[in-house]
Design a protein around this ligand. Structure first.
Ligand SMILES: [Zn+2]
Length: 398
């Protein structure tokens, strides 16, 4: 379970809201807990827990979920978050497809929709149309009304400026400050959240996958593009305008290969799927064909030198992360990262060890993501859940 933060001092109303958020968050990540467990885990008094839980039950957010025997005492009633209290939509705007998934609050998938993107056809209007069409489709499939949806979380490749309005800078898409939230609000009143795809996948792995239980984690996302999500002491490191984690555009070779970002020698130009396929002599491939082409390379002896080179550069990139951040865990994710990792994880670890200092290398484990490439959409949906927990289950005014 994630550790929880005590509410800070403030007015009585702030304290009440803080207690409510703390209890709801503890219950959300604890799944099924008794009032006694909640008091023990949060440090709140039994009377406070009882009051707040009573409010949460009255609001329909929390329900009783059976009872367990306690040592010698009366059976204790278990509580859980009512998964049908609200629904969340996660959207993965990828290089090759727009994928939507509708989840209940337990993150059980209720419906999904997917639309292929033609190569080099990533205009905002195309993406916005797919999201709005997909939204109508998943709501109809699951029989959920728009008013029951707490929010839409969107993972995009590129940099997401959160304030004062949502602006997306995605050079690979030719997006330079696209107001995605505004454009979607023309078609839906549901609150919109967005973050970089690597960040959303990182949050999904941290909450539900290979990152559970770790406080210092770097999640890498290797697909056509390359990024990372850096979690230090349980919190995502974002930098001044949320662009931190652009690991794919750190320089790995001075005067090296040209990168899609306009720079030269970027890591992405050596370990991104498009770069690996190009080194193997494959021309530009449409969407899903990149995945099958890379999978085919992994069993083709003739592709071995190109893969060895990619692993060497990936190891250097991971070594840089280890030396810079001293993480306890590095997770290799993204569709290309998972393909490479499943075939070559020991080689990748050995390559990282050639570039990392011995002491931090000895303390880090390099593991594969557990949630698969779909984790971007799941993680995007957690942006909405995070907001729901922060606001302690009070509705957001649209
Ligand atoms: Zn670059």
């Amino acid at each position: 379970m994630r550790t929880v933060r005590r509410p800070q001092r403030g007015t009585l109303r702030d304290v009440r809201r803080g207690n409510r958020s703390l209890l709801l968050r503890t219950l959300y990540f604890g799944h099924e807990l008794s009032r006694h467990d909640l008091s023990r885990l949060t440090g709140l008094s039994p009377a406070t827990v009882s009051n707040v839980v009573g409010d949460l039950i009255a609001d329909g957010i929390v329900v009783e979920a059976g009872a367990v025997d306690s040592d010698g005492g009366r059976p204790r009633t278990l509580l859980r978050v009512q998964e049908s209290y609200g629904y969340v939509v996660g959207v993965d705007v990828g290089e090759t497809r727009v994928r939507l998934e509708l989840f209940d609050l337990s993150m059980t998938e209720k419906a999904k929709a997917e639309y292929a993107l033609e190569p080099r056809r990533h205009e905002p209007s195309v993406v916005v149309d797919h999201i709005l069409t997909g939204l109508r489709s998943v709501l109809a499939d699951a029989g959920v009304d728009e008013s029951q949806v707490l929010g839409i979380g969107i993972g995009v490749p590129g940099i997401v400026e959160q304030r004062p309005e949502l602006l997306i800078h995605a050079r690979a898409f030719g997006w330079n400050g696209v107001p995605l939230g505004d454009r979607l609000r023309a078609g839906t009143a549901i609150p919109i959240f967005a973050d970089n795809g690597a960040q959303t996948m990182g949050q999904a792995e941290l909450w539900f996958g290979a990152g559970v239980g770790a406080r210092h984690v770097v999640m890498t996302l290797i697909g056509t593009g390359v990024g990372a999500s850096i979690i230090t002491d349980g919190a995502t490191y974002r930098g001044v305008s949320s662009s931190a984690g652009e690991w794919g555009h750190t320089t790995i070779a001075v005067n090296g290969r040209a990168c899609r970002c306009g720079g030269v020698g970027c890591l992405e130009a050596y370990v991104g799927a498009e770069a690996i396929l190009a080194s193997h002599g494959a021309g530009h491939l449409p969407g899903g064909d990149e995945e099958s082409a890379l999978a085919a390379m992994l069993t083709d002896p003739a592709a071995r030198p190109v893969l060895d080179e990619a692993v060497a550069f990936l190891g250097a990139g991971l070594g840089n992360l280890i030396n810079l951040f001293n993480p306890e865990r590095i997770i290799v994710g993204g569709w290309a990262g998972l393909l490479l990792g499943r075939a070559l994880l020991p080689e990748i670890r050995a390559a990282a060890a050639r570039h990392a200092l011995a002491q931090p290398m000895a303390q880090v484990s390099i593991e594969l993501g557990r949630l698969g490439p779909e984790a971007v959409a799941l993680g995007a949906a957690t942006l909405v859940v995070e907001d729901f927990l922060l606001r302690s289950g009070t509705p957001r005014h649209a």
